[in-house]
Structures are given as C-alpha cells and as structure tokens.
Write a protein that binds this ligand. Structure first.
Ligand code: SDX
Length: 390
C-alpha cells in the first residue's frame, strides 16, 4: 500500500475461520445455533440443551440430555485450594479481575485436561468449564460482599444452583422464584454464543497456538471485559444511574447525537445487527415478565423503559440503525433479580463459556488447523539507513 511492501488480501483470511456452530444474518436479525432459531431456543429449550447442541453438534435426545446434565452437575465443585486465590485479592477487587485470574489458575489444578491433542481430555475440560463457571462467578460475588462461599448442589437446575450459590446464606435458604430461575436460564441461553465476536476470536487465536483450554477461556474473559463488548451491560446500568431520572433523558439523547461528545448510549447498537438483535426481542419479553412478576418498583427501570421508548421513536437512531441490544435488557433483568452491576459481565462470561469452548473444541478437533496469524496493512517507513548515535 505504501509502494514498498505489496499487500496480499489473501493473507487476511489467516484470521478468519470456518465454523458450523452459529450463523448470523445481521441485516435480517437472524441468529441460528446449529440451525435452530434463537427465539425458539430461548422460549422452548433450557440452557443445558443449548450447551449440548453447541458443544456436541446437535440437540440432545431425552437420554442424551439426562446424561449431559448428570455429567455437568458432577463437575460443579471446584478444587478446594482454589478458594485460597480469592484471599489474595482485595475484597473490593472487580469480579472480572478475580474471574480472569481464577479461570487461568484452573490450569494448575486440572492437569488431566491439558493435553489438547487428546479428544477425551478436550471434552472433559469443556464439561468442567461449563460446570464450574457458575461456582467461580458466585465465589467472586460472595468474596466481594464478605459472605461465605456456598457449595453447589446436585438437586438444583443449572440456573437455580447458580442463584442459590449467589444468594443463599448459612442463616437461611434462598427461595428461588420460578420466574427468576426462568429469566436467569434465558439470559444464559441468549448469551451462549455469537459466532466470531471479539472474545470468541480471542479464544480461537489463543487456542490455535496449542494453549490449554483454561488459559484460552481466561483470554476470552479478558477480551469480554471491555465496555464495547461484554462490559456493555454494566456500562448500561452505570449510564442509567448517571441519567438518574426520566426528565434528564433528552440531555443524554442529545449527547449521543453530538459528534464532539464521546458519549454513546450503552446497550444500544451492534457491530453486526443493523436492524434488530433477535436476542433483544426475547430478552425484552423476559425483562417485562420479570419486572411484572417481581413487582419491581425501581426508578432506574422507569428510566430504562422511557429511554427505550424515546430511542425507538427517534429518527436519528433509526437512521444510524441504533436500537437496544441484548445487553440493554439483560442488565435490567439482572438488576431486578438483585445482582449488582459489577457482576453483570461475569454472568455474560459464565453464559458465553459454552460458546467459547465449543469454538475451541471445533477448531482443535480439526487436525489441519494452523496457528492463527492475522495480517496487517503496513503503513510505516520504507527501508532506510540507520545513523549510529555515537
Ligand atoms: C456485544 O460482536 C458481537 O457479537 C458482540 C455481542 C456478542 O454477543 O458477543 O453481541 C455482545 O458486544 C453487544 C454490543 C454491546 N456494546 C454496547 O452496547 C456498547 C455501545 N455500542 C457501541 O459501542 C457500538 O454500537 C458497537 C461497538 C456495539 C458497534 O459499533 P459499530 O458497529 O462499530 O458502529 P460504529 O461504531 O461504526 O457506529 C456507527 C455510527 C457512528 O456514528 P457515525 O460516525 O457514523 O456518525 O453509530 C454511532 C457511531 O458514533 N453509534 C452510536 C452508538 N453506537 C454507534 N451512537 C450513540 N450510541 C451508540 N451506542
């Protein structure tokens, strides 16, 4: 491009990949997991059914589902020494910092999963990660609030077990509302996988060098943390708190339109969906269902609903193809459930672990896969002579 180095667009393909897991049509708001529309999965399947199809390639039969559920349930406990890692963090550490560190540290405990050329070890590490992320995420929360860790239970569903580890205390059992359990499971499903987003591409690139699965997932957690990606739901609630009341919404709408102002409406817009995010449609239903079921009275949620109404009516946002994305509504549901905003991205990471590890497993199962090497367009100096300093 600069007349010195030729640029071969073919090299750009090094960073891309083939995958049979998820299909997205951004222009038409289509999201399919193994061919199944996300709207149907979110309404008619539970998260473990979705995990099975993402990881194993198809929807499970009843027997396959029961076997998969039993396998995941039996892997939910963590090595007891992992607790020690938490006590090295300040108790006000951001939960994503703790999650990033402890997921990577899992490499030092599950030695029998580190041979990435061994299909049995690859699958066991995938099961372990799907099973243990809820336990780790709940431990991040408990450590932040100074409450004792709660062990996983085998008699609860995946979503109920997570809620129990988050909210039960030795003094009293946590009463799980079916609406909250359903909403939590739906949030997990709606965030399970999304093709080659930034964090999934990070996991694939890390895995392409042969790094162990725990290190690869830790890399995905790190990438997801950014506010333009998985950090958006936390940033969205922080934005709603900054807006504070319905009468200040116009001021922030104007800021979002002002090119000289870096402010963006968190929870709006999408890199791929330029009409609507099909996940947001389902998440919006859940959001209104949970708010009604729990009879939540929260001025922040009033601000969110009014912001949604104004944005959807404003021609500027229609022209820019900006609409509430999945993170806008999931943040509201999580807050209604009583989960603090600094935990939102951890829950996104928990949900996305199955997507990350399914892409990793798909790539590692292909014995022709090579190390990733995304190319660049060189824009620097042409070759020139160096003049020594002395
Ligand atoms: C996720 O990739 C994935 O699949 C991600 C994800 C997944 O499941 O993995 O779907 C999860 O990350 C969802 C997105 C969460 N992020 C946010 O909600 C953060 C706020 N959104 C923006 O940062 C932004 O919309 C992006 C990053 C999501 C998408 O940005 P694009 O596609 O690169 O769009 P752009 O930056 O080119 O913006 C196009 C125009 C610009 O205006 P112009 O320069 O053309 O005049 O729209 C404007 C932008 O300024 N714009 C916004 C805006 N997003 C874009 N203006 C105000 N508020 C916004 N949120």
């Amino acid at each position: 491009a600069n007349g010195y180095f030729t640029y071969d667009p073919g090299f750009m393909a090094t960073g891309s990949c083939e995958s049979a897991i998820t299909y997205i049509d951004g222009a038409n708001g289509v999201l399919l997991h193994r061919g199944f529309p996300i709207e149907e999965l979110a309404r008619d399947a539970d998260y473990l059914e979705v995990c099975h199809m993402l990881l194993h390639g198809d929807a499970p039969s009843k027997e396959e589902y029961e076997e998969f559920k039993s396998t995941i349930t039996r892997h939910t406990m963590l090595h007891e020494q992992i607790n020690m890692f938490f006590h090295g963090f300040r108790n006000d550490a951001h939960p994503m910092a703790m999650l990033c560190g402890t997921v990577g540290a899992m490499s030092s405990f599950y030695h029998s999963d580190l041979d990435v050329s061994n299909p049995e070890q690859r699958m066991r590490s995938a099961h372990r990660l799907i099973a243990k992320m809820p336990t780790l995420v709940a431990m991040c929360y408990k450590y932040n609030i100074g409450q004792p860790f709660v062990y996983p239970r085998n008699d609860l569903s995946y979503a109920a077990n997570f809620l129990n580890m988050m909210f039960s205390v030795p003094a009293e059992e946590y009463e799980i509302s079916p609406a909250v359990e359903r909403a939590m499971d739906r949030i997990f499903t709606l965030h399970a996988d999304h093709e080659q987003n930034a964090s999934t591409s990070t996991v694939r690139l890390a895995g392409s060098s042969g790094a162990n699965p725990y290190a690869c997932i830790a890399a995905g957690v790190a990438s997801l943390w950014g506010p333009a990606h998985g950090g958006a739901n936390e940033a969205c609630l922080n934005m709603l708190e900054e807006i504070g009341s319905v009468d200040r919404i116009p001021e922030f709408i104007d800021r979002a339109k002002d090119k000289s102002d870096p402010f963006r409406l968190m929870g709006f817009g999408h890199r791929v969906y330029k009409n609507y995010d099909p996940r947001a449609t389902v998440m919006r239903e859940s959001c209104h269902e949970v708010l009604k079921e729990l009879n939540v009275q929260d001025p922040l949620l009033d601000v969110a609903m009014e912001l949604e109404r104004i944005a959807l009516e404003d021609p500027y946002f229609a022209e820019k193809k900006l609409f509430p994305n999945v993170d806008f509504y999931s943040g509201i549901v999580l807050k209604a459930i009583g989960i603090p905003t600094n935990m939102f991205t951890c829950i996104f990471a928990l949900s996305r672990t199955v997507g990350w590890i399914s892409h990793w497993h798909e790539m590692m199962s292909d014995d022709k896969q090579k190390i990733g090497r995304p190319r660049q367009l060189y824009t620097g100096h042409s070759k020139r002579k160096y003049t020594p300093l002395k």
